[in-house]
Each structure stands twice: as C-alpha cells, then as structure tokens.
Ligand binder design. Structure first.
Ligand code: AMP
Length: 419
C-alpha cells in the first residue's frame, strides 16, 4: 500500500523543522495578540464556491468534493479564510468584539499537478484579522511575515505587493481590461474567453503561456484606484518603507482567489524553482458581508508550510535528535522489571530515560546507548543486582560510579539533574 499521488508522510526525521517553524510562529502571533482557532477540515461546498469564486482555478478544477450519504455536497478545505469567516459569523463574534485576530495551522487540499513544492495535501500557517480597515493592519501582517522569516534565518525573500482596489474603483478597471482582452481574444485559451464574460480579472492569473504573452501590457488595477484606495495603498507603502521591510510593487499580482480587495501580496523566493510563492495574503473587506455577516473589513495571509520547510532544509543540515539523559542496560528478567519501573518513574520526573527489552547482550546494549547518544548509562546486570548496587557510566567522560539500590531513583535524579 502506498500514499495517494500528491499526498505524503512527514516522518520523525523531518518533523523537527516543522516544529521549530510552528513554535516560532505561535510565539510571534501570540506576542502580537493573535489567538488560535481550529476549524473543520470538511465544509459545505457552497462556502468555498461563494467565497473563493466559481471561476477560480481552485473551485473550477482543484477541490476534493463529494456527495455525503445524505446528499450534501462537501469539500475538503482548500484554504482557511472562508472557514474562519464562517466561524466569525456563525458564532456572532462580531457582536461581542468585532476586532479579532486569529491564527491556525493545518492541512489544505487542492487537486493540483504534484511536483516539488506542490502537493495535493499541503499545510498552511494562517493569520486573519477582522474588524480593522486601517492600512497599518496590512503593514502589520506583512511585517509579521518578514519577522518570522528573519527569526527562521531566511533571507532572499521579497514581498511583492499590489492593490486590487474596491467595488468603487473595480468597474472602471474592468471596462479597461475588457477592452484590452477583446482585442486579444483570439490569443486566449478557451477557459479565459469564458472567464472574460463571467470574471475578467481571473484571466490575469491564467498560467497558460500563450495567455501570459497576450497579457503583456494589460491594464493594472493600481492605475485605476479611487482616491480612498490610492491613499490606503500609499500608507501601506510608506509605512513599510519606514520599517525597512523589503518589498516591491508588482502591478500584475492578482492572486488566485476572488475575494481580495485593496492590498494583496505574495512573498516570493528564487530558491524553490517553479514554485516561488512561500506566502500570500490580502484584504477581503467584502467577504464577511458576502457570507451573510455584517459589513466587516478583514485581511489575512497563508504561509505555505511545506515550502517554508523545504527552504529551511536547504539551509539547515539535518540534525540528530537529542539523545536520552539515561539509558538502562538491563540484563535478564529481574533487571528488565526494575528498568521498566525506573524508566517510568524517571521520565515522569523529567529525566529522559530509555531502555531495551529485547534481551540483548551487554555489548549490544552499550552499542545501542551509544547510537541513541545517551548521556549516561545505568548497568543492571546479574552481578550488580546480586551486590545491590548498579553502575552509572558517564558516556562522555567514561567515569563510572556505583549506586546502591536503596534510594536508587532519588540518587539518579539528584546526580543527573545536577549535571
Ligand atoms: P493561497 O491560499 O493560494 O494564497 O496560497 C498560500 C500559500 O500556500 C502559497 O504561497 C504557497 O506557499 C502555499 N501553497 C498553495 N498551494 C500549494 C500546494 N498545492 N502545495 C504546497 N503549497 C501550496
């Protein structure tokens, strides 16, 4: 039996980097007042179709959707924003405190063509802010990403930012875009010609090469912003500049989801080959209302956890796991019984202890202690038990001391805790 295409196991040898990233992210988000939220993996299909957009690649081609036994259409979540909005509305969080900051990590599912850095089950670290429309919040989120990557020791990442405008400025832009597309219709793929009628903005993130070529010189949203959006974007840029956050304005960045308004961004790297986006985010001021909640500005980002770890793997050589504090070499049944109880007691007391119940020889067990990188070894052989004193060996200095069985656990605790 093998995993399904695009799905993979993350093994203990790999997990340390994942834990390091997650611990740092949680510390950072917590310091900035973000609270953890956990959302279901499965939701009604309509939630994603309505929020991400019927004409996006995700909804048109990539969702894992199935009919439940009672006929409900369900989908494995392809992203977190829609579900977090649903939770914000469903639990009427806006009624008690409209300004809320959330983070979450977990798996997402998209049926894309798998390759390095692109999986069908992948993981995201996500942050969302509700109830604030100030440009400073946009900056805080971009700053947070920048700070996290710095704390992880990553360099060479650039924030590409753009403004997608709001319902006020969109119609003027859409008209200009349609005029542009109309003149190049014959060069666009079938999906794009269909999208022209339903959602022309989506044509801009088509990945087909001929479409990309035809789109050279296409109108850009930033050139059609209304005064309020223009101001908002200007504050984002000047604030980030003042903070020394590295960014560049990318007029062609539109992101693959329909709900974005105003600031949208991607953090890109050159070290991952074709998959260059490590994180992406943006404002979605209309989404809470669209999903049935009150008019609430909101904004968020998602980090591609798998990709982030892949960049870190290139920089950090794999490290061995920390060894146990103590390894008990137990020879014979009575020694094994003693080792079992001692292991439980010492681990309970915070001294990482391991043993081996396979009945191996002294030589084999010493080798195992070495391989595990144990700091100390406690030798419990027949002779030691007969003499009521076990041998404790410091694996680094090779020093050995004899410890009487009477009060053994306490003595080991004192000895190891003081070293
Ligand atoms: P999105 O939700 O599309 O804005 O994606 C946010 C981030 O998730 C991207 O910048 C990627 O780093 C990551 N990501 C998206 N799709 C995949 C995938 N299929 N495999 C791995 N990472 C992904």
């Amino acid at each position: 039996m093998q995993t399904i295409r695009g799905f993979r196991d993350i093994l203990p040898e790999q997990i340390r980097l994942w834990q390091k990233v997650e611990n740092l992210a949680v510390d950072l988000f917590t310091a900035f007042g973000y609270e953890e939220i956990r959302i279901p993996i499965l939701e009604k299909t309509g939630l994603f179709a309505r929020s991400i957009g019927e004409t996006t690649d995700i909804v048109e081609k990539e969702m894992y959707t199935f009919d439940d036994r009672n006929g409900d259409k369900l989908t494995l979540r392809p992203e977190a924003t829609a579900s977090i909005c649903r939770a914000y509305i469903q639990h009427k969080m806006y009624a008690t405190e409209p300004v809320r900051k959330f983070y979450m990590t977990g798996p997402m599912f998209r049926r894309e063509r798998p390759q390095k850095g692109r999986y069908r089950q992948f993981y995201q670290i996500d942050a969302e802010v509700f109830g604030l429309d100030a440009a400073y919040v946009d900056c805080e989120l971009i700053f947070l990403l920048n700070e996290l990557f710095q704390r992880l020791g990553l360099s060479g990442l650039t924030a590409h930012i753009n403004s997608l405008g709001c319902p006020e400025c969109r119609p003027r832009f859409t008209r200009a875009l349609l005029d542009f597309l109309e003149a190049r219709k014959q060069d666009l793929c079938d999906i794009c010609t269909r999208r022209m009628d339903r959602n022309p903005l989506r044509v801009l993130d088509c990945k087909v090469q001929t479409c990309q070529t035809a789109l050279t010189g296409a109108p850009a949203t930033v050139d059609y912003l209304c005064p309020a959006c223009e101001d908002h974007f200007k504050t984002v840029k000047t604030t980030l500049e003042k903070q020394g956050v590295d960014f560049s304005v990318d007029k062609s960045l539109v992101r693959g989801l329909d709900y974005y308004t105003r600031t949208a961004w991607e953090i890109q790297t050159t070290s991952l080959g074709a998959q260059s986006a490590v994180a992406g985010g943006g404002r979605y001021d209309g989404l809470v209302k669209e999903l049935g909640g009150p008019d609430t500005p909101a904004i968020g980002f998602a980090i591609g956890f798998d990709r982030l770890v892949e960049i870190m793997e290139q920089l950090t050589p794999a490290s061995a796991p920390p060894g146990p504090d103590l390894f008990i070499v137990a020879l014979g049944d009575p020694a094994m019984e003693l080792a079992y109880h001692l292991c439980c007691d010492l681990n309970q007391a915070g001294i990482r202890t391991d043993t081996d119940f396979r009945g191996k020889s002294l030589k084999a067990l010493m080798k195992r202690a070495d391989k595990l990188n144990a700091r100390y070894v406690l030798i419990a052989g027949q002779a030691e038990l007969a003499e009521n004193a076990l041998i404790l060996r410091n694996m680094q200095t090779k020093e050995q001391v004899s410890i009487p069985m009477d009060g053994l656990r306490r003595k080991i605790e004192t000895l190891l805790k003081n070293k």
